[in-house]
Each structure stands twice: as C-alpha cells, then as structure tokens.
Design a binder for this molecule. Structure first.
Ligand code: ADE
Ligand code: ZN
Length: 329
C-alpha cells in the first residue's frame, strides 16, 4: 500500500532543491551551460557529501537565470508535489539565487513566482507560501540583503524568514541582526539547525534567533534536557528523515531520532527538503514511516494537524486547508 493519495502538508522544501534533474538539464542545454559533471550515469544529481551537495546545488542554480526560469521551476515543483498528495506547501526562496539580493530584481523574480503559484493552485489544487532564506555560508552581510528583500516583500505570499546553507559556518548570533529585522516586520521565523551541528547549535539558535520552527533539529535528541525545553516551548521541528538518511546525517531510518522526539512531546512535522537530490518524495517519506515504524493514518493525521497549526499562513488559508484535509483524510 502507498500513501500517495493521502493528503499532506509540507513545510520544508527548498525550491531549487526541488528542481527535477531533467528540468535543470533542459535549461543548461537551452543556455549552452556545461554542467554534465553534476549528474550521474542515470541522470540524477551526483555528489559525495553535504559540502559537495551544496556545490552541486549551486552549480544547478547557475542555469536558473531569470524570472521566467523561476516561473517554470515553481510550476514543475508544485506539479510534482501535488502528484504526491501535497495540498499545502511552504518553500524556501533565496534572493541570493534571484538577482543576488538586489531588491528590484527580487521583485521581478517574486512576481513570476507568485503568478506561477496562483496558476498551480488553479491547475493542481496546491497552495504555496514562500519563506525567504538567507544562505549561511554567504555570510551575515549578504544575509541582511535577503532580510531586506523579505521585509520589503512580506505579504500574502512571503510569510516567513529563515536560514539554510552550511550550518557549521559561523554562529547563529552572527545573523541576529537579520532575524531581528525580519521578526520585527512581522515575518514568521524558522532556521536550519541541528542537521549537522550538535545540541549547542540548536540551543544557540533558539537563544539568538528565536525561531518558532527549526529546520531538522534532529541533533537536539543528543541532549534530553534540550529536547524537553523544545517540547515545553512548543517549537516545531521540520524533520526530513529521507534527507537525513541520504546525506548520512543519521546512520539509518532505524537510528533516526524522530520517534524519540515525538514520544518526548516535541511537535514534529515531516518534509522532503530537496526531493530529487535525495531520491525521495512526500509519498516515499510517508511510505517509509509506515514501513519502518509502523506509522498509520492516525499518525499521519497528527502530523498534518501539527503542520497545519505551525504553517506560516493567514487564518483564512489555514481554515481552507483544514476543510480540505477533513474532506480528504
Ligand atoms: N540547502 C538546501 N538543502 C539544504 C539542507 N539540507 N541543509 C542546509 N541547506 C540546504
Ligand atoms: Zn533544508
């Protein structure tokens, strides 16, 4: 049995990381860019480890050169998500890849992406919201340009601010200015932490950046006092088990701490992160949770409810998605 048609919410998806390899190959061909090295013999993305993954990811992004490319990307990614039962999705968007942080350029990219999201809603029945992310390894100064783009374009579509990239570069506090700026403008806050960093990185992120949600957060499980604090504060984890296993952030599905975190009262959700890079989909995540842990529709309904409550969307959207879930679950 497969959970493909079961309705799902996804809170942690990098837009460029959702690009099917064939889509990127097509753009490369159109533009005469040689990136054959980032693909394996089967045509999938090829990389050795997380640092190499980030470089391959950025090489793939060199083919995305204007608003029209991002319009097509949003449609391709959402068509795939919808075909896996996703009815609501939040995607990380980085001005660093869309005009390099220039606000006027960013507005053009964003216009194309919001048009595409509206079209996907009509055509595929999926709702999308955008979370602007700064990229940690590009440093705190570049992060400020991303935060400025977020503040200036906050609205119905752009609802959050976060940080992705190489977690072991710098400390969370280095980015406090950007996160404060975003929070003060009313943006909702999430941040990658505890995918590679230990419990100290998660604790510093909570203290210095005050996120409502944490991307991954799995290494918090190495410090049970911290796990209890996360549970108590109601901080939601955007857990991406397939990504963690594929990138060797954990040894195996069996060794993944999502059950421990959930059992200790932490609010957990499940997402794909960068699905084609990790040979996963939301269907596969759910199917693996069922196969490896025996999770069933009761568990999946609880995941959906947690994600719905933690979604960075307006009340009307939340109510609309709740009704859709009720009808489909
Ligand atoms: N950017 C895209 N995927 C990422 C991940 N898993 N961690 C950090 N940054 C990312
Ligand atoms: Zn991520």
């Amino acid at each position: 049995m497969s959970y493909r048609s079961y309705p799902k919410l996804e809170l942690h998806l990098h837009l460029e990381g959702g690009a099917p390899p064939a889509f990127i190959r097509g753009l490369a061909k159109e533009k005469g860019i040689d990136i054959h090295k980032i693909f394996d013999e089967q045509g999938g993305y090829a990389y050795r480890d997380f640092d190499h993954f980030l470089r391959v990811y950025e090489a793939a992004c060199t083919t995305l050169q204007g608003p029209e490319d991002f319009r097509r990307l949003v449609l391709a990614v959402l068509e795939e998500s919808a075909s896996n039962g996703v009815i609501y999705s939040e995607t990380f968007l980085s001005p660093d890849f869309c005009g390099g942080g220039d606000l006027e350029a960013w507005r053009d990219y964003l216009g194309a992406m919001t048009d595409a999201a509206a079209q996907a809603e009509r055509d595929f029945g999926i709702t999308l919201k955008g979370i602007i992310t700064c990229i940690r390894h590009n440093g705190p100064e570049q992060a400020k340009t991303a935060a400025r783009c977020a503040v200036e374009t906050k609205g119905d579509f752009i609802t959050g601010f976060g940080m992705a990239g190489a977690e072991m570069m710098g400390r969370p506090g280095d980015f406090a200015y950007s996160f404060d700026m975003a929070r003060e403008a009313g943006l909702r806050i999430t941040c990658h932490a505890g995918e590679w960093g230990g419990p100290d990185m998660v604790a510093d992120t909570i203290r210095d950046l005050r996120p409502e949600r944490i991307g991954h957060g799995i290494n918090a499980a190495k410090d049970l006092a911290l796990v209890d604090e996360i549970a108590e504060q109601g901080i939601v984890l955007e857990v991406c088990p397939g990504s963690n296993v594929f990138l060797n952030a954990v040894e195996s599905w069996e060794a993944h701490p999502i059950r421990l975190l959930r059992d200790r009262g932490v609010k957990v959700t499940v997402s794909t992160d960068d699905p084609p890079f990790f040979h996963t989909t939301m269907t596969r995540e759910y199917d693996m949770l069922a196969e490896k842990y025996g999770w069933d529709e009761t568990d999946f309904a609880a995941l959906n409810q947690t994600a719905l409550e933690a979604a960075f969307c307006d009340v009307a959207t939340r109510e609309r998605i709740a009704k859709k879930l009720e009808a489909a679950q």
